[in-house]
Design a binder for this molecule. Structure first.
Ligand code: GUN
Length: 288
């Protein structure tokens, strides 16, 4: 029997609201003579990446950005890809550059990310932006972690003083969300695949962020009554349906708030990409 007590966090509706706010910022930028531009670079034909890139293009266009999606062959050389990034760095019409990851085998992601101008790095992955996040300085913050914090803010979830457990230590989510939670004065534990007794660690959490990519890893009885559960996982279940890293139905019996998959954190990633692009354009153009 499911006796859901948790409030389901509606990422879809929240993302639409963020996107409307960004569209207003784009209008104001245009009034200042700045037409914010986003270029998305997709190398190869990975099906999931193609879907993500199409959705980013659509959402950015709808919010008023000038969007260019550059599709490059999977056989593109490292040198040619770096040359594309460098030409985008130098293009004054481009305020945001996103190179969709993962890149095809043989290409050096780290070198490509380091080649992106930090001011245009709307993924927040360049080492300068990583350093800015750790040092509490102005930079661009990775979109999915920024989306998690935005959801907490918009649902009135207090983070200060809370025990937060992040499951996963990726550069894209685990490490940056830990920094953002720390910046909000949470006490942060980063757990991962080698953590002993993950259940006990999770049971100590007021806030769980699951970002490991293992379907339904976080069980219902790993969730302390009243805890907030943010599920960043996107996995395919045996039935082909999308499932998160959390057993949603079981965790809902204990959590106070929980994000579903799909329709939770996922839609926020694109919304925050648009927000980052508006921020980058405003900073580059020197307008508020
Ligand atoms: N692949 C999966 N998520 C992301 C993301 O947020 N940014 C980029 N560039 N690639 C991704």
């Amino acid at each position: 029997m499911t006796t859901q007590t948790a409030k389901t966090i509606d990422g879809k509706t929240t993302a639409l609201s963020v996107r409307e706010d960004v569209a207003k910022r784009v209008t104001r930028l245009k009034e200042h003579g700045v037409s914010p531009g986003l270029t998305v670079v997709l190398v190869g034909e990975d099906p999931a990446s193609q879907v993500y890139v199409r959705n980013k293009d659509k959402a950015a266009t709808k919010a008023g950005f000038v969007v260019d999606t550059k599709k490059l062959a999977a056989t593109t050389s490292q040198g040619d890809l770096l040359a594309v990034v460098k030409s985008l760095n130098a293009d004054p019409a481009v305020h945001g550059i996103l190179v969709q990851l993962p890149l095809p085998k043989g290409l050096d992601e780290g070198e490509v990310v380091r080649a992106i101008s930090p001011a245009k790095d709307v993924d927040g992955l360049h080492p300068d932006n990583v350093a800015a996040l750790v040092m509490g300085e102005e930079g661009l913050i990775p979109c999915t972690p920024a989306g998690c914090i935005e959801l907490c803010d918009r649902y009135g979830i207090e983070l200060e003083g809370k025990q937060a457990v992040v499951v996963g230590r990726s550069m894209l989510v685990g490490k940056p969300i830990a920094q953002l939670l720390l910046a909000r004065n949470a006490t942060v534990t980063i757990a991962h695949s080698r953590t002993q007794d993950l259940k006990a660690v999770c049971l100590g959490a007021d806030v769980i962020v699951a970002a490991v990519g293992v379907a339904k890893l976080v069980q219902g009885d790993w969730v302390k009554p009243g805890a907030v559960v943010l599920d960043v996982g996107i996995n395919r279940g045996d039935d082909g349906k999308l499932v998160g890293d959390v057993d949603f139905a079981a965790a809902s019996d204990n959590a106070s708030h929980i994000t579903p998959v799909p329709g939770g954190v996922g839609p926020m990633t694109i919304a925050m990409l648009l927000s980052n692009t508006a921020t980058a354009a405003a900073r580059i153009a020197g307008v508020g």
